[in-house]
Write a protein that binds this ligand. Sequence first.
Ligand SMILES: [Ca+2]
Length: 255
Amino acid sequence: MGSRLFRLFLVVLTVGLVGVGAVSGLAEAVAAGDGGARVLDTDPNLAGWWQFDEVSGIAAADSSGYGRDGVLKGGLSFDKGSVAGRAGGALLLDGKDDLVEITGYKGVGGSAARTIAAWIKTKSSSGEIVSWGTDDFGQMWTMTFIRRYMGVTPNGGYFYMKDAISDEQWHHVAAVVAEAEWPNLHDDVTLYKDGVIAEIHDIGLLDLWPIVTGSDLDVRIGMGLRGAIDDIRIYDRALTKEEVLALTSEKYISN
Ligand SMILES: [Ca+2]
């Protein structure tokens, strides 16, 4: 009787130890960030990724694997525009004619889902993170300061966050367009500030056009922006809120 109880006790103890081992292994994997963040670098839907870690020249390499390298314009070069970034180097733009053009890349077109994410550091509150499309209603896709706050517009309606980010500190900003037949700012777009969903200050509904992005213009980064930009990514899918948060994790960006 006593010995059967003892064997039962051993079984319970063994099962208990295996259980604890599995849980702590999972915790380590999550803590290391291997489950979420790093796969975002090799995601096939990462359509463009400019890390701005160069220190000379006017070529900005695309790390997405799709070869969408950028060209620095307006007299901008890494020799004079390279500054300490959020992860490695960043690019400092003058807010006048500086910009990065991704020659031949038209961005995410039509009504396709998409995510734009970038780190920026600025005192200013005007200028673009990125834009592309066709200069007509509903056919542009621009992530930009709108009335001094970060937001997006398809050129027909606008949508921007409540909190200011122009405090000369690094902030992560992201805009996500969900899968939808006729996506619009009101129903299908989410803005993020520093990894969490941003409170929305205002949305222009009077002239709200669906997002049907054209393909006339090449992708432009930093037009009119006076400040530093780092680690800008374009995904041709909607990232989840966990994935956007992962893009801001210390462990992730230190690599
Ligand atoms: Ca960088």
